[in-house]
Design a protein around this ligand. Sequence first.
Ligand SMILES: Cc1ncc(COP(=O)(O)O)c(C=O)c1O
Length: 336
Amino acid sequence: MLPTIVTELIGQTPVMSIEVARPDARLVLKLEKNNPGGSMKDRMARSMVVAALRDGRLPPGGTVIESSSGNAGTGLALAAVEFGLRFIAVVDHHAASDKIRMMRALGAEIRYVEGDFAEDEIAVVERVRLAAQLAAQLPGAVFMNQQENPANPDGYAGLAEELISQLSGGIDAFVACVGSGGSITGVTQWLKRHNPNLRTIGVEPAGSIVFGKAGHPYYQSGTGIPAGYRVGTVLDYGCIDQGVQVSDIQAFETARYIARRKGLLVGGSTGGAIYKALEFIAAGKLTGTVVTLVVDGGEKYLGTIFDDEWMAKRHLLDPAIAAQLDGWLLGKPHAA
Ligand SMILES: Cc1ncc(COP(=O)(O)O)c(C=O)c1O
């Protein structure tokens, strides 16, 4: 039977391998950008809606409310279509404008938080406050609250199961971005059932506070926890062996490099996870099959990280990163 609703197309995303200079490792990318909403968050969004409908918190025809930088919101917009719900996304100017257009195109109502925030400052505290307030005011409305919602990590069980069946030789390490922590927690918990020795590396933007460093503004979208906000209950630190930071320059230059060298458009946070995975592999700190997720596609960031002028204006261009990546992938600088 052919699928009749687009959410039936969530999952079963492909994997591809990135060959590296070292013979004892390979980097496998799981292309979560291939989900219908263009990111892994389709999985957790549908999971949160199904859980809320099942336990009666969300009545039929009710309203879903979420604070989102765009990807969770797009997934929720799809789930709202499937279940005949109203969806209000609370966003700030930090979200990529194409993500907001996408949510709107899928029928979401968009509410911007008010306030004077710097371009690289995320108004997440204000977003969450407004989302909770709207949910309290509107009858039949539920704030999904992905940071505290156990259906967020639970939504990634299928992703882990797919990886296990796609990579029959086993998975030795998992390197993943950390925002709410839902994906790293959900995937690692499942993968560790199959391989208790799995090594998991969490990657946050420099400037994010997940791993205890001082906060400052950053440009990576959808990932990390900004200063002034707190880490939610969803993130299980116990499943992460090591937490590391990646700079905007490393993350964005890696995304641009993967586009030029591999023909694959990945988003900025994915660029950061790939950079760190390759750094660990090059140092011999991760071996075997190392997996990372292509959380979303570069198509969502054409006006920002793939725009030379936007990058140059913010001093985010650095050709040394491509040379570094050439070394890690090819064992020598790439010929010009
Ligand atoms: C682009 C992007 N990267 C990383 C993340 C972090 O994922 P998680 O919230 O599961 O930690 C998100 C989450 O919204 C995202 O949209």
